[in-house]
Ligand binder design. Structure first.
Ligand code: NAG
Ligand code: NAG
Ligand code: NAG
Ligand code: NAG
Ligand code: NAG
Ligand code: NAG
Ligand code: NAG
Length: 455
């Protein structure tokens, strides 16, 4: 591939720039590299913090139409609804109370905390899994309490897990893609959750026991459980021997005959639910475009961006949240979440410039390139001075269409548009579509912008 890629990086003062001088000349291969995976239309999916699932989806009397619209927009563009994983730290703390009338009761130690310290769910909780557009599929997070945990009223932990699984299986039915038993269990060694001899090996053994109990109770032999929900690079697990990773989990028996898929967690744009001014501004959308395209070139079958009602790094906030005085709305990351159904390859991988080739999976031919200019640009700087790179696109895209993702600056959340359009307060895409054309085989990409150039 390298020999077919001609990359000229000419750093010139702008005064010297001439029409026939380009910062980048792309000569993309006609076909993707051999063996490159084909990513699904819903390659880019979402993970919703367990405790906030009703906020995001609503219930039978109050469906969250805003969230449903945002998911519909993505289906309209990519052809599939994102998958929804309901899980996270709060899945570990959830307790099923069969006679609770409320769907969920959240108990906060401090009202401005990102997550409740405890939560109980009742049967009405399952209404949240009936509100997103039909065809949405779910991964459902279960607890992984140890035997006779006092938090679950002295009940046997495995019975609690099976009871939760039964509730979800009966309600979500065919839309249930998988269960997950426990979240980020590699951090549990020597905590209130597990003793100091908790290793990836003892984890897999106990996971198998819980998985078998669920399958026996639900009378199904199909691998139904997603295994291996580790945080990487893991906290306590980082120095552990054997190391907490997918490879070792498979080696100890979490293989394809018992596990449906394996999940690994890396933090979103920044850990601990994101940072204000970093995860909730336009820069996060550019990062999101780059990150999802990059992982698509690896052996990663699906990517789920995690979110929660008050989290900075969410793609959207589903309801007003009085605890932190924040309001319902689309966040910048959402603008970086439009994609799907292709083979992707890396064409340029520089510090502030990345270019991806997008191949049609059926014909294996190049149909688009995405150029991401990660150079910083703030809305406070004079717009007329915003620098750009000139990119000469591959010959057969020389008359291609250009769709631009831009904003006045990367440090703000306002004024973001993709091909001239924005998402309004109801989640509806507004504004006239602006499709530019490649001029003389060249496209300009400003600092802090991304473009999609397609046939
Ligand atoms: C729910 O069930 C528990 C355990 O049987 C019982 O102690 C509690 O009083 C019940 N609560 C209600 C509201 O019925
Ligand atoms: C349904 O949602 C509304 C609005 O959030 C809430 O007030 C109501 O308690 C919910 N219903 C149940 C059964 O929890
Ligand atoms: C792990 O530690 C716990 C508590 O200290 C103990 O009960 C259990 O037997 C130990 N398990 C193994 C396999 O050594
Ligand atoms: C898969 O793991 C199970 C135990 O979970 C084991 O019995 C089986 O031999 C393993 N299969 C392979 C191919 O390693
Ligand atoms: C939210 O606004 C109210 C009313 O202005 C104020 O009393 C409260 O301190 C604010 N809370 C936070 C977390 O900013
Ligand atoms: C891109 O560059 C990074 C940093 O140098 C490197 O770790 C990574 O392997 C590169 N990826 C590709 C596909 O070239
Ligand atoms: C851009 O904004 C960020 C965040 O406010 C700030 O840290 C940075 O110094 C600004 N840079 C310029 C060139 O204005």
């Amino acid at each position: 591939m390298a020999s077919r890629l001609l990359l000229l990086l000419l750093i010139l003062p702008s005064t010297l720039a001439r029409q026939d001088v380009f910062n980048l000349v792309l000569d993309a291969p006609e076909h993707p590299p051999a063996g490159q995976q084909v990513v699904d239309a819903n390659y880019q999916s979402y993970s919703i913090e367990f405790s906030y699932m009703q906020d995001y989806a609503g219930n039978n009397t109050n469906p969250n139409k805003f969230s449903a619209q945002l998911l519909q927009n993505l289906q309209d563009i990519s052809g599939a609804y994102p998958m929804i994983r309901a899980g996270g730290s709060t899945q570990n703390r959830a307790v099923f109370v069969p006679n609770q009338t409320e769907a969920v009761i959240l108990r906060f130690s401090h009202p401005t905390d990102d997550q409740p310290a405890g939560l109980t769910i009742g049967p009405a909780w399952m209404q949240a899994f009936q509100q997103f557009p039909e065809g949405t599929r779910y991964i459902y997070g279960l607890t992984f309490y140890d035997f006779n945990d006092t938090l679950i009223g002295g009940r046997n932990g495995i019975d609690e897990t099976v009871a939760e699984a039964e509730l979800a299986y009966g309600a979500i039915k065919d839309d249930l893609f998988a269960f997950e038993i426990g979240n980020e269990v590699d951090g549990w060694t020597c905590t209130s959750r597990r003793p100091c001899n908790w290793t990836v090996e003892t984890y897999v053994a106990q996971w198998q026991e819980y998985a078998a109990a669920i399958q026996e109770h639900l009378n199904t032999s199909a691998p139904l459980i997603q295994g291996c929900v580790f945080e990487a690079p893991s906290h306590i697990g980082f120095n552990a021997t054997p190391f907490w990773n997918v490879e070792n989990a498979v080696r100890f028996g979490m293989n394809a005959s018992v596990a449906k898929t394996l999940a690994d967690h890396d933090t979103n744009s920044i850990s601990c639910q994101g940072a204000a001014g970093v995860s909730d501004v336009f820069a996060a959308a550019l990062w999101g475009v780059d990150y999802v395209l990059y992982t698509a070139t690896l052996k990663v079958a699906r990517l789920y961006y995690h979110m929660g009602t008050p989290y900075r790094y969410s793609a959207w906030q589903p309801i007003n949240w009085p605890n932190t005085n924040t309001t319902r709305g689309v966040k910048p990351l959402y603008y970086g979440n439009f994609g799907g159904g292709k083979q992707i390859s890396v064409l340029v991988n520089e510090t502030t410039t990345t270019v991806y080739g997008v191949y049609n999976a059926r014909s294996s031919s190049l149909e688009a390139v995405v150029v991401v200019n990660l150079e910083g640009w703030n809305s406070t700087q004079p717009a007329a001075e915003r620098p750009s790179i000139s990119v000469r696109v591959p010959e057969h895209l020389a008359h291609g269409e250009v769709r631009r993702l831009t904003a006045p600056g990367v440090e703000i959340a306002e004024g973001i548009t993709f091909m001239g359009q924005y998402v309004d307060d109801e989640g509806i895409i507004r504004g006239d579509e602006v499709v530019e054309t490649v001029v003389d085989g060249v496209v300009q990409v400003g600092a802090g912008e991304a473009v999609l150039v397609s046939l």
